[in-house]
Design a protein around this ligand. Structure first.
Ligand SMILES: [Zn+2]
Ligand SMILES: [Zn+2]
Length: 337
């Protein structure tokens, strides 16, 4: 009240008036009652009323992220207050981090997600490793051990992004000697890739031995020069194989005991075939020979190299295949057989 009185005095002193018109229509028509707010005695003459003189806007209530704020200003003459809203702020108020999450203390919005994310690695339907990593941490994908590798469904990033990841191995592989490689796709298919000679194996040392019961298809890259001893021994579900032209040497027992192999095509580059390459592959029905037939093979029983030639290919081939008790059908590019 003191203030109002003071302001009125100031108003009167400066303008000789008491009331402000405030733009509120309080003074129209010379009516001075003006809502009875002022002692407007004689003050309304000629409509010469003073306007409000507002001070600076001041913030009465800060806006928050979920509530409007308020600014006010006060007339220096009549103390009338005017207010206006401050729009909601887009500035949140971070609270304490809890379980890796920083939420706004006012509106509960998640401001930061510092939870680790998981990377899951699956092989053949089984989760073999789960990593829990913060964004930016290095990812190390598991390996089968030794110098073997997994081929993952998609490229494994080197650092962790801000989301969970799942990788499924689509193949397992490794070296098959020298510059040769192998890959098995967990679904029946074995691929021999690279170039050069495969190593010599024992009956059980092939790296794909664990899958011998399920391998149904074999692909050998054109570039392989030597098929290792026992390489595909005992692949009991393999039915067909095509030896590429790059292969010059098929080592002993390479396709022995392949119970269900029916169809073999030999490449044009073949020079030598080792001992009993097809022994005990009882169901071999069709041997397709391409190229010059200028190669030798060793018969297991006599360990005698047999030179294949065009002179009597049927007999020679029969010797080669005698342990297979196979029907022998061949086709040759030059139409000899
Ligand atoms: Zn005023
Ligand atoms: Zn908020």
């Amino acid at each position: 009240m003191k203030k109002i009185v003071l302001l009125l005095v100031v108003c009167l002193l400066s303008l000789g008036l008491v009331a402000c018109n405030g733009g509120q229509g309080g003074n129209e028509g010379g009516s001075t009652e003006g809502g009875g707010s002022t002692d407007g005695g004689g003050s309304t003459d000629g409509g010469a009323v003073c306007a409000h003189t507002f001070g600076e806007w001041t913030t009465a209530e800060e806006a928050t992220c979920n509530k409007e704020g308020k600014q006010v200003r006060v007339c220096t003459k009549c103390s009338e207050e005017e207010e206006k809203a401050i729009p909601e702020s887009d500035r949140h108020t971070p609270g304490e981090e809890q379980n890796g999450l920083v939420r706004c203390a006012v509106c509960d919005a998640v401001l930061e997600d510092n939870r680790p994310h998981t990377v899951t690695f699956k092989v053949n339907g089984t989760v073999i490793e789960t990593l829990s990593l913060q964004e930016g941490e290095a990812i190390t994908a598991p390996t089968p051990g030794g110098s073997q590798w997994y081929v993952w469904s998609s490229t494994v990033p080197t650092v962790m992004p801000s989301r969970d990841l799942v990788f499924t191995a689509v193949a397992i592989g490794g070296s098959a000697g020298g510059k040769t490689t192998w890959e098995y796709n967990f679904n029946g298919k074995l691929k021999i890739g690279g170039t050069g000679d495969m190593v010599t194996f024992t009956t059980t040392s092939q790296p794909w031995h664990a899958y011998k019961q399920e391998i149904t298809s074999l692909e050998i890259a054109n570039g392989i020069t030597k098929i290792g001893k026992y390489a595909f021994f005992d692949l009991v579900k393999l039915e067909k194989v095509v030896i590429p032209d790059s292969v010059t040497w098929i080592s002993d027992y390479a396709f022995a005991a392949c119970d269900w192999i029916r169809d073999i095509t030999l490449g044009a580059g073949l020079i030598y075939m080792g001992e009993d390459v097809f022994v005990s592959s009882y169901n071999l029905e069709r041997l397709t020979v391409r190229g010059t037939l200028n190669w030798t093979a060793v018969d297991g029983r006599f360990s005698t190299p047999i030179t294949f030639s065009k002179s009597d290919p049927y007999q020679n081939a029969s010797i080669l295949l005698e342990n297979c008790e196979a029907k022998f059908v061949t086709e040759q590019a030059d139409g000899l057989w």
